[in-house]
Ligand binder design. Structure first.
Ligand code: GUN
Ligand code: ZN
Length: 408
């Protein structure tokens, strides 16, 4: 039983040990045969790419040109941005995701649109304006100075405003000049608690291009390091083609890698070596990312399932169900340095949760009725499950989504 008050969990435990603390007249919601989890955390996703999810045929750089940049150009219109932000956040909640690190577009109002909707829902979100001052269509470029000024204004408006958190967001090394990366580093280090998000070492072609553009850097990670963009709360998407020194540096600095298996498989970018990143002598912070629109699902259950399959292809141990659920909840919260607020169900934590139905489909019902352990039921959920398994989602102590019950 969970008791929540003013957006926080006040009691948590077996019914017999908690029901006596239930305040008089407190409404009670009962979820028979369900599992209650901390809300899922998506550590890497692009809300403006929702309209181009499942676009055929290209590898990363061509896919950006053909699908992503045209899609992001539509966000010059604030009304369109607001409608997409609303649709996106609704989808997240239907998938049990209560916190995400989200890329907006180069337009400042795309960030306002996103945070306005998140503030209305009461979700704890991390987001930021994309910075791009080269190698992108003119309509999607800012300049190093303008990007800095716009981001500073957005930080003043949104960072720490209610539950909203700001991430300085240079898209990646190929679309920012060294000057822009430098200014992004200045911003990132200008206030405690700010995040930084970017892409790192996703495809071989991208890595070769970074080498060409930054001949003095000792590695792709070093490009960001030289600009002051590596440290706690620095979130790097992908990190597929990293070397031992890079993992060592990630460990030492406390930054995070977002493992985005559905995206990496969809674009053919490569296989992230989770257990190399997590080597016990120098573990690196890792979270799971859906990376929509290169990612093919907003469901962290589906993402865990694909992470399992990637682990089966990379040698070493296979991802265990408990590890997968940890990566999507408590592990992500630790990696984001937010584990004192989100990611676990415990007294004092913010009341963000999702309710999982292990019998959501006939196939799951017949499979999980034979489960002898929670781990086995969770494994079936992550291999067979998706948004159909999310019975309800609660944010800040309020039910924000209840799956409509199918009639007979
Ligand atoms: N690298 C730079 N931008 C992007 C993006 O939007 N998606 C992915 N998957 N990789 C990127
Ligand atoms: Zn991405």
């Amino acid at each position: 039983m969970l008791i929540m008050q003013n957006g926080k969990i006040t009691h948590c435990g077996p019914y017999t040990q908690t029901h006596q603390f239930l305040p008089a007249n407190c409404p009670v919601t009962h979820y028979p045969d369900s599992l209650i989890s901390a809300g899922f955390i998506d550590t890497h996703v692009h809300y403006p790419q929702l309209p181009v999810i499942a676009s055929w045929g290209d590898e990363l750089l061509a896919w950006l040109q053909h699908y992503v940049f045209p899609a992001e150009s539509r966000f010059a219109d604030k009304t369109f941005a607001s409608a997409t932000a609303k649709a996106f956040l609704t989808e997240l909640l239907h998938n049990g995701t209560t916190t995400a690190a989200v890329y907006c577009t180069v337009h400042s109002h795309s960030v306002d649109a996103f945070f306005e909707e998140s503030a209305r829902l009461g979700t704890r979100m991390i987001a930021g304006k994309v910075l791009m001052d080269r190698n992108a269509p003119t309509a999607l470029q800012d300049t190093a100075q303008q990007g800095y000024a716009d981001s500073a204004a957005l930080i003043a408006r949104w960072h720490g405003n209610g539950r909203q958190l700001y991430a300085v967001t240079p898209r990646f090394a190929l679309t920012s000049t060294p000057e822009q990366l430098e200014l992004a580093g200045t911003l990132f280090n200008s206030q405690p608690g700010l995040f930084m998000q970017t892409h790192l070492s996703e495809t071989q072609q991208e890595c070769a291009e970074v080498k060409r553009l930054f001949p003095n850097a000792s590695s792709y990670l070093d490009v960001y390091d030289k600009a002051g963009l590596v440290g706690p709360r620095a979130l790097f998407g992908h990190g597929i083609h990293l070397h031992e020194q890079d993992f060592q540096h990630c460990h030492t600095t406390g930054c995070m890698l977002a493992h985005c298996p559905t995206s990496n498989l969809f674009l053919g970018s490569g296989l992230f070596k989770l257990f190399d990143a997590k080597a016990p002598h120098r573990p690196v912070h890792v979270g799971l990312g859906t990376d929509v629109g290169a990612g093919t699902s907003l469901s962290l259950l589906a993402t865990m399932g694909e992470a399992y399959k990637v682990s089966a292809l990379t040698g070493g141990p296979k991802l265990h169900a408990l590890q997968a659920f940890w990566l999507a909840t408590a592990g992500a919260a630790q990696s984001l340095h937010l584990s004192h607020k989100i990611g676990t169900l415990a007294v004092g934590m913010e009341a963000d949760l999702c309710v999982l139905n292990p019998k959501a489909t006939p196939l799951l019902a017949q499979r999980t009725q034979r489960s002898q352990s929670i781990a086995d039921a969770l494994f079936a959920l992550m291999i067979l499950g998706d948004d159909r398994c999310i019975e309800a989602t609660w944010v800040n102590g309020h039910c924000v989504y209840q799956q409509p019950h199918k009639g007979l």
